[in-house]
Design a protein around this ligand. Structure first.
Ligand code: TH1
Length: 808
C-alpha cells in the first residue's frame, strides 16, 4: 500500500466519513480519518476470507471469554498490515504517534485473563486459524484509576463516548435471551415428554463485530461482543396510560446486563447481575454458532465438528448446560446424543487456584435466574455420579467432592465441576500450575480420567509488546537478524551470538536509556516526580493483590531507606521503584497497599538524606496503553508472588521480552522463564511451593521471623511509628498486624531471602556489560513465550484445528 494511496484514503475518509475539511480538522478528526482508512483495509481482508470461512468442511474455534483487553487498535493494526511507515509518509510531517495516542482503549477486562484472550486473537489471526472471540460489549469497562491523597479513586470508563470506529453493529444477527421464570412439562405431537421454559423476562443481544487482523497474514478473526437491548424498547401500553417512566423501565432494566464489567480480579462477587451477564453472552454465542452451523447446511449432529469451544475460565461454563438445553429442548435430540456432542465441543482453561476466585452460585439464586438449566445440571450430575459410584462404590466423600452441587452446607452450583464434567479437556496455564490443577484442585477428577489434563503455558504477542511498543529495540534486532522474528519468535535465539559483542551491547544500552528517558518524561508529566533515567528501573506492574505481594517490595524499599538513614555515606545503586495497578474497589487491603506505596513515596522522595538514591513512583491508571510505555523501560521485573499462587503471569513474559531481568519466586511461568533464560540470568529467591506448604502445615508463626531479624523488625516498627502517615500510627496497622499475626502469603518468611537477592541485583547492575549481556540473553531466549506457540498447542492438542491454506 503506497504512501500515495494511503494519502488519498485519509483525505477521502476525512471528507466523507468524518465530514471535516482538512483546513479545520482537529487531531481527533485525523485520528478518525486514519482509523477509517485502516478499517477499510481490514474489512477488505475480512470479506475476501468470507467464503473460505464458510466452506462446509471448515472447523472453527469459538473462544468464549467474559473479558477481552485488546488495547488501542490503530497502532497495532497499522503494524499488522505492514503499513506504518507508509502511513507516516502519507501524513508528510504530521505526527502519526500523536493520533495513535488519542485512541481510548476498550478496557473490557481486569488484567491477565482478558489480555491473554486478546493475545490469542492476535495469534489466531496471524496463524490463519478460523476463529471467533465471543464476549460482552460492556458499556463501561474497567474503571479509570486516579490517585487522590495517595488513595485510589475510581472513575467510570467512558470508552464509547468518542464513538468506536472499529466495531460494526449487526442487528440482523441479534438473539433473544430468556431470564428467570419457571419450567413446564408437556407432551409434543409425537407423544414425547418435553420441557419448556417460561421466562419472566427476555432481553435482546445485539452483536458488535470487530475484525482483528493478523500480522502480515492476509487473515482476520472476529471479535463478536454482545450488547443487551430491551426486547421492545418502549412499552406503548404503559405510555398510553400516561406511565412514561414505567414504559422506559423495562428498557433500562434490560440494558443493565451489559452495562458494566465487574472490576474484581480473582475475587468472586456472587451477584445476580453477574450470573445474568454470563448467561446472556453465552446464550447469544451458542445460538449464533447453531445459526451458523445450520446455515452452512450441516445438521446439529455435527455441531462438534464445526465448532470447538474454549471456556476461558469458568465464567462461560454455563455454556455446557445451554448447549444441552438447545439440543434437547429445542431440537428434540435424545439426551445421550446431545451429551456426547456437548462433551466433544467444550474444553476448559483453569486460570487460578485461589479459593476466593472459584465460582459457585447459591442454588436458590441460580434456580431463580436459570430454572431450566438447574434441572439440566441436576440430570447431568445424576448421570455423572451414577458412573462414579460404579467405579468407586461406597466412596461417598469422593462423590461429594466430584458433585456439581456442593451440599456441604448452604447449597451451591460449582461452575468448575460443571466445566470439568461437560468438557473433553482441561488445561492449566503454566507447567507448575497445571500440576497443581491435578494434585490440589481436581485430584478426584484426575483419578477418574488423567488423560483429560493438559498444560498450555501462556504466551504473549510479540507484535504489540515488542514490535509496536519498543520500536528502538525492534530496529536494533532487525539490524542484526532480519525482521522475520516477529512471526517466528524462536529466531530471537540468533541474538545469542551478539550477547558478548561490545558494540551491540552499547546499542542495547542506548535503546534502553532512550526508553527510560521517555518513561521518565511520562512519569514527570503524570505525577510530578522527577526520576533519573540512569537509575535502575525496578518495576512491578499488575493488579494489586496480597498474593502478588506488592507490599513485600515496599518492605524492601523501607529497608533501603532505613539503611541510608543509618549510614549517610552508604553507596547503593540508584533505583527508581515503579508501581502500577488497580485494586478491586471493594478490596480493602489492596487499596491500603496503594496508599502505603504512595505514602512511602512521599516520605522517601522528599527526604534530602536519601540523596536521590531511591525514588518511588506509583503511576496511576495502569492499562494496556500505559503498559506499552512501561515494559520497554524496565531493567528489573518484579515477579514475587507467593509460590503456588500465581497461575502463570504474563507481565513476567512481556518485561523479559523487553530486556528486563526478573527477580522472582518459583511460581507460575517464572519457573519456565528461568529454565529458558538460564538460572544465571534470573534472580531467584524464596520458598518453593512445597516448602510453603510444609511451612504452613508445621504451624507457621510469622512473628518469629520478625523478632529474629532486627532489620525486618525495624521496618515494621517504622511503618507503625506513623512516619509514613503524618503521625497516624493506626493507618497501616491492618497491614502490619496481618503480617505479624497471620501472614497468609508468607512475606515474613520470604523477606530476608528477598532483600538479600535484591542486594545481588544491586551488585550485578554495577557491571553494565555483564548486565547487558544477561539482558540480551533474556530476550534471545523468550521465543517459547510467544502466543503463537501457545495457540498452536491449543490448535494441535485440544482443538484439532487446521489453519486456512495460505493464499495462492
Ligand atoms: C489470571 C491469573 O491470575 C494469572 O496468573 C494468569 O496469567 C492470567 O489469568 C492468564 O492466564 C486470572 N485472572 C482472573 C480474573 C478473574 C477470575 C480468575 C482469574 S485468574 C475475574
Amino acid at each position: 500500500m503506497s504512501p500515495e494511496i494511503l494519502k488519498a484514503a485519509f483525505a477521502d475518509n476525512l471528507n466523507f466519513a468524518v465530514g471535516r475539511p482538512a483546513e479545520i480538522a482537529t487531531p481527533e478528526d485525523w485520528y478518525q480519518a486514519i482509523a477509517f482508512s485502516v478499517r477499510d483495509r481490514i474489512m477488505h481482508r475480512w470479506v475476501r476470507q468470507f467464503e473460505k470461512r464458510n466452506a462446509p468442511d471448515v472447523r472453527q474455534v469459538a473462544y468464549l471469554s467474559a473479558e477481552f483487553l485488546p488495547g488501542p487498535h490503530l497502532g497495532n493494526s497499522l503494524l499488522n498490515l505492514g503499513i506504518t511507515d507508509n502511513a507516516r509518509k502519507a501524513l508528510a510531517g504530521q505526527d502519526l504517534d500523536l493520533y495513535i495516542g488519542l485512541e481510548e482503549e476498550p478496557g473490557l477486562g481486569n488484567g491477565g485473563l482478558g489480555r491473554l484472550a486478546a493475545c490469542y486473537l492476535d495469534s489466531l489471526a496471524t496463524l490463519c486459524y478460523p476463529a471467533t472471540g465471543y464476549g460482552i460489549r460492556y458499556e463501561f469497562g474497567i474503571f479509570d484509576q486516579s490517585i487522590k491523597d495517595g488513595w485510589q479513586v475510581e472513575v467510570t470508563d467512558k470508552w464509547l463516548l468518542p464513538g468506536n470506529i472499529w466495531e460494526i453493529k449487526r442487528p440482523n444477527f441479534a438473539q433473544v435471551v430468556k431470564i428467570g421464570g419457571h419450567t413446564e412439562t408437556y407432551t409434543d405431537e409425537h407423544g414425547a415428554f418435553r420441557v419448556r421454559w417460561i421466562p419472566d423476562r427476555v432481553v435482546v443481544g445485539v452483536p458488535y463485530d470487530t475484525p482483528i487482523v493478523g500480522y502480515l497474514s492476509d487473515s482476520c478473526v472476529l471479535l463478536r461482543l454482545w450488547s443487551a437491548e430491551a426486547a421492545q424498547s418502549f412499552d406503548f401500553a404503559d405510555f398510553n396510560r400516561g406511565d412514561y417512566y414505567g414504559a422506559v423501565e423495562e428498557k433500562v432494566f434490560s440494558e443493565n446486563i451489559s452495562k458494566v464489567l465487574y472490576p474484581n480480579d480473582e475475587q468472586l462477587e456472587g451477584k445476580r447481575l453477574r450470573l445474568e451477564q454470563q448467561y446472556f453472552f453465552v446464550a447469544c454465542s451458542i445460538k449464533d454458532m447453531i445459526r451458523l452451523c445450520l446455515r452452512r447446511g450441516s445438521t446439529l449432529e455435527r455441531f462438534h465438528e464445526m465448532f470447538c469451544v474454549q471456556l476461558n475460565d469458568t465464567h462461560p461454563a454455563i455454556a455446557v448446560a445451554e448447549l444441552m438445553r438447545q439440543l434437547v429442548d429445542k431440537y428434540a435430540m435424545p439426551w445421550e446424543r446431545a451429551w456426547d456432542i456437548t462433551r466433544r465441543t467444550f474444553s476448559y482453561t483453569n486460570h487460578t487456584l485461589m479459593p476466593e476466585a472459584l465460582e459457585k452460585w447459591p442454588l436458590p439464586l441460580f434456580g431463580s435466574v436459570l430454572p431450566r438449566h438447574l434441572e439440566i445440571i441436576y440430570e447431568i450430575n445424576r448421570r455423572f455420579l451414577d458412573e462414579v459410584r460404579t467405579r468407586f462404590p461406597g466412596d461417598e466423600g469422593k462423590i461429594a467432592r466430584l458433585s456439581i452441587i456442593d451440599e456441604s452446607g448452604e447449597k451451591y452450583v460449582r461452575m468448575a465441576n460443571l466445566a470439568m464434567v461437560g468438557s473433553h479437556t482441561v488445561n492449566g496455564v503454566a507447567a507448575l500450575h497445571s500440576e497443581l490443577v491435578k494434585t490440589q484442585l481436581f485430584p478426584d477428577f484426575h483419578d477418574l480420567d488423567p488423560k483429560r489434563f493438559q498444560n498450555v503455558t501462556n504466551g504473549v504477542t510479540p507484535r504489540r509488546f515488542l514490535g509496536l511498543s519498543n520500536p528502538g529495540l525492534t530496529r536494533l534486532i532487525d539490524g542484526r537478524i532480519g525482521d522475520s522474528w516477529l512471526s517466528n519468535l524462536d529466531r530471537l535465539r540468533e541474538l545469542e551470538a551478539f550477547a558478548g559483542d561490545v558494540g551491540f551491547q552499547q546499542d542495547w544500552m542506548r535503546v534502553k536509556l532512550e526508553n527510560k528517558t521517555r518513561l521518565a518524561r511520562i512519569i514527570r508529566d503524570r505525577t510530578g516526580v522527577v526520576v533519573d533515567p540512569s537509575s535502575l528501573f525496578d518495576i512491578q506492574v499488575k493488579r494489586i493483590h496480597e498474593y502478588k505481594r506488592q507490599h513485600l517490595n515496599v518492605l524492601h524499599i523501607i529497608t533501603l531507606y532505613q539503611r541510608i538513614k543509618h549510614d549517610p555515606r552508604l553507596q547503593i545503586t540508584p533505583r527508581t521503584f515503579l508501581f502500577g495497578g488497580k485494586a478491586a474497589p471493594g478490596y480493602f487491603m489492596a487499596k491500603l497497599i496503594i496508599k502505603l506505596i504512595n505514602s512511602v513515596a512521599e516520605t522517601v522522595n522528599q527526604d534530602p538524606a536519601v540523596r536521590d538514591l531511591i525514588k518511588v513512583v506509583f503511576l496511576p491508571d495502569y492499562n494496556v496503553k500505559h503498559a506499552q510505555n512501561i515494559y520497554p523501560a524496565a531493567d528489573l521485573s518484579e515477579q514475587i508472588s507467593t509460590a503456588g499462587k500465581e497461575a502463570s503471569g504474563t507481565g513476567n513474559m512481556k518485561l523479559s521480552l523487553n530486556g528486563a531481568l526478573t527477580i522472582g519466586t518459583l511460581d507460575g511461568a517464572n519457573v519456565e522463564i528461568r529454565e529458558e533464560v538460564g538460572a544465571e540470568n534470573f534472580f531467584l529467591f524464596g520458598l518453593t511451593c512445597e516448602q510453603a506448604a510444609r511451612l504452613r502445615a508445621g504451624g507457621y508463626n510469622p512473628g518469629d521471623y520478625c523478632h529474629g531479624d532486627p532489620e525486618l523488625r525495624g521496618v515494621i516498627e517504622l511503618i507503625d511509628s506513623g512516619l509514613f502517615s503524618h503521625g497516624d500510627r493506626d493507618l497501616f496497622r491492618p497491614i502490619t498486624a496481618h503480617l505479624l499475626e497471620r501472614d497468609d502469603y508468607l512475606l515474613m518468611a520470604d523477606y530476608r531471602p528477598y532483600v538479600n537477592c535484591q542486594q545481588e541485583v544491586d551488585h550485578a547492575y554495577r557491571d553494565r556489560h555483564h548486565w547487558t549481556r544477561m539482558s540480551i540473553l533474556n530476550v534471545a531466549r523468550m521465543g517459547k513465550f510467544s502466543s503463537d506457540r501457545a495457540v498452536r498447542e491449543y490448535a494441535d492438542n485440544i482443538w484439532k484445528l487446521k489453519p486456512f491454506a495460505p493464499e495462492a
